[in-house]
Design a protein around this ligand. Sequence first.
Ligand code: FAD
Length: 461
Amino acid sequence: MTEMEQVDVLVAGAGMAGVTAAIAAARKGARTLLIDRLPFLGGNATAGLLGNFLTFHNMKGEQICNGIPQEFVDACIELGGAFQEGHLRNAYGNAYSVTPIDAEVLKLVTQKLSLEAGVQLLLNTYTLGPIMDNDRVVGIRVANKSGESQIRAKFVIDASGDADIIAASGAPFELGDDQGKTMSISLFSRMGDVDLDKHLQYVKENPDNFMLGEDPYIGKTKAEIADSLKTYRDYPLVTGYYKAVKLAQSRGEFHPNRQRIVFSISPTPGVVTINSTSMLGLSGVNAAELTQVAIEGREQIFKVRDFYRKYVPGFENCYIIDSASAIGIRETRRIVGEERLTTDMCIAGQKGPNDIGQGSYCLDVHQASGVIEHKHIKDGESYGIPFGTLIPQKIDYCLVAGRAVSSDRFANGSVRNQAHIMSIGQAAGTAAAMCVEQKVGPRNLSVALLRDQLIKDGAVV
Ligand SMILES: Cc1cc2nc3c(=O)[nH]c(=O)nc-3n(C[C@H](O)[C@H](O)[C@H](O)COP(=O)(O)OP(=O)(O)OC[C@H]3O[C@@H](n4cnc5c(N)ncnc54)[C@H](O)[C@@H]3O)c2cc1C
């Protein structure tokens, strides 16, 4: 096994949390290495073909995510990978705004901003586990086309989504519900040749068949909201067609694992991102089960296409452009951190002096049974994400960034979404660089100084 040169900050996983963390660390002067198993950056936002960021605002319309995440959106707008206004109002009502993003443009934007910040990339590389010196993480072992090697680092950020490094270090974590069952898994696809004006006309005539104005804070009926829709851009994240799904299920034309379909519009006319497959009872951290998911997901995609062609107005001629190159894993491990984000804290819109970011998306859990449950934040508020939720217990010089932060299941159902994990990423990268500079672990870092720095850099804490 060879040993590579030491870096200051090593970020394992280049999803949006990892990319944001790496950029933040490099901009603070840390020699930063960003590693991913894929040949491009963005994680589920690009490889998973997500198609949007949720959500930069609370239900009152206040922007609660800014800084580097907003830079990604601005750069995507410039390259035609987002709508001119960036964030669109979202009639669904699970969030105030949704930010449709083109996955191919985002691959370029994340790469560009990373390289400009001085981040060193190592792609097509699998992380194998941490190198420990007692309780201190001092690097990671990796495997790639060059063989196996060790990379030493003064600080490690686990942004694998699954807390792979932290779990392998022996630090505690939780997995799924009380029985270890995790949320449903989906394989996304993109479809072209879609007439969204025709679809919108159907929505306006059948509002009860859709999720519209879901958060009670909005205080409007579905009919009132449907009436106010002027263009398909006013309903960018569509969910519904309950009746058609039920009918198709009774005819064996749609899988039985969900009660409604979801798709989001894209900046490319006639192209939508489809989120309508669902695989239940399988784990995102078990290789055999992931293989089963891949097989099932591919079969479902074509049945889903046939469903849209037959039952969804405007989709009569739709075709599959591509399917996601990574399977959409909603939930696996959550670290046990120095602090824990709870359902009650989220719903109450609780904020505190140690917050390093804010979250506002509804608490959205896709149960292993297929039932989707939502809880809403009181009075259209946002909640604070305490720094301690990023600090794994029992180990040092390591933070988590992304959906594996310390949280209960419903809190995780909110904080796992893209805007929030990018805010966490900016905080993790900034904190890591400050720790390296001050030669301290995260427990000894002044959260007040971290917050000051984040605010200076445009973030909302
Ligand atoms: C089906 C589905 C629908 C969703 N819908 C939305 C939505 O509409 N809007 C929204 O905002 N959010 C949505 N989310 C949530 C959001 O996409 C994820 O929670 C978010 O991507 C988490 O970001 P992350 O950076 O923590 O992890 P990821 O995006 O998963 O990134 C992790 C990265 O680590 C890499 N990696 C993992 N393990 C290793 C390893 N061992 N070695 C090397 N690299 C590794 C992966 O390749 C990946 O690039 C959805 C999620 C799913 C699954």
